[in-house]
Design a protein around this ligand. Structure first.
Ligand SMILES: [Zn+2]
Length: 353
């Protein structure tokens, strides 16, 4: 949907969120509407039309294929009830800086850290929209090391490995930042840097870089290359570290976010998904409605192939310090909330009677 409306297509407030999604069935119906706003379309044959079976699944009227609303989405094959998923999405979307797995575990009253950790990773996995627009206009590009920091240790002792990360940021005239993109790089070679720019910046854009030789040749890829030399800056008496203020601003925000929300506990294997979350948040930093961000996350989630826990922990890096996902799979109870019958009154009756 191009122009979803608050209070109709997504909740305006936490109160409205709670009123709309009281049961797992409410959540399932919302997902069904998000996935098929104009009615069921068979994912197997593309036929528009079918009927609902007794178990809630939908059957195609042409090929008889049976499908569930969550099949093929990140909610597929999880034992986590949808009320828990929706609350996680709401917290993920409405907390300005996001939420850590530990805080999510506590907020959802689920027993397993692993479940909370895997839910957040599934949500992160949907945040990169396939075929999304590349950056345009004037774009600063640089590379920096990210990750591996550990807070609270004097002398900045590093744990884990820092990962060379490409950063691209739109610069708006006369001042201000537009959208950004970030991605790990294999190295700072011309091949890696050219591929990063081609993936994230629209040809025709003006690409501003420092004097590093790996950026030479961008003009041959269809960019206007504005190369800023550190040596020339020094000769002018300028701070060479301020040649690319936009990427340095975004890099420091990203590092602060990793240290703040995630306590720096981000391992190399999952850095990309954290960077995707940061970029998603940064590019929506001016969104006035957090409910709309919630809607966008769910919209991406229902259009996405499922991510299995095995995929998430593929190539796990050995690490000395928790948190690593615990071994036991959690099976959190639904967050369906039946009327509580005003326990403050009931308690009085019990004590007086
Ligand atoms: Zn079909």
């Amino acid at each position: 949907m191009d122009h979803p409306r608050s209070g109709v297509h997504y909740p305006r407030s936490t109160g409205e969120f709670q009123a709309w999604f009281r049961t797992d069935a409410d959540c399932l119906d919302y997902l069904e509407w998000l996935r098929w706003p104009a009615g069921f379309v068979c994912p197997d044959c593309g036929y528009a039309g079918g009927w609902r079976l007794g178990d809630g699944r939908l059957e195609c009227a042409r090929c008889q294929a049976r499908t569930s609303t969550t099949a093929g989405t990140v909610f597929d094959r999880t034992r986590t009830p949808l009320t828990v998923w929706f609350t996680a999405c709401w917290l993920f979307a409405t907390q300005k800086d996001g939420i850590s797995a530990l805080r999510l575990q506590r907020a959802l009253e689920i027993g397993s850290y692993q479940t909370a950790w895997a839910m957040l990773h599934r949500l992160r996995s949907v945040l990169v929209r396939p075929g999304r627009d590349r950056l345009a206009g004037t774009v600063e590009v640089d590379e920096t090391y990210i990750g591996g920091e550990e807070p609270g240790l004097r002398g900045g002792r590093a744990r884990g490995k820092k990962v060379l990360t490409g950063i691209a940021v739109e610069v708006r005239a006369p001042r201000g930042l537009g959208r950004c993109r970030m991605a790990p790089l294999a190295d700072a070679s011309a091949a890696s840097l050219h591929a990063f720019v081609a993936d994230h910046v629209e040809p025709g854009a003006t690409v501003v870089t420092d004097g590093w030789q790996g950026y030479r040749g961008l003009d041959r890829l269809g960019y206007v290359h504005d190369r800023r030399s550190q040596r020339a800056a020094r000769a002018r008496g300028d701070d060479p570290g301020e040649l690319l203020p936009a990427v340095h601003r975004v890099a420091s925000l990203a590092k602060r976010w990793l240290l703040g929300t995630h306590q720096g506990s981000v391992d190399e294997a999952h850095l990309l998904s954290y960077l995707n979350e940061f970029v998603f948040r940064f590019n929506r930093r001016r969104s006035r409605s957090r409910g709309l961000v919630f809607y966008r996350v769910l919209e991406l989630a229902v259009g996405h192939e499922p991510v299995r826990y095995q995929d998430l922990i593929a190539n796990p890096q050995p690490r000395a310090v928790p948190p690593t996902p615990p071994q036991a799979h959690g099976n959190p109870p639904s967050l369906e909330r039946p009327p509580a019958n005003r326990p403050w009154r009931t308690a009085d009756q019990v004590s007086s009677g």
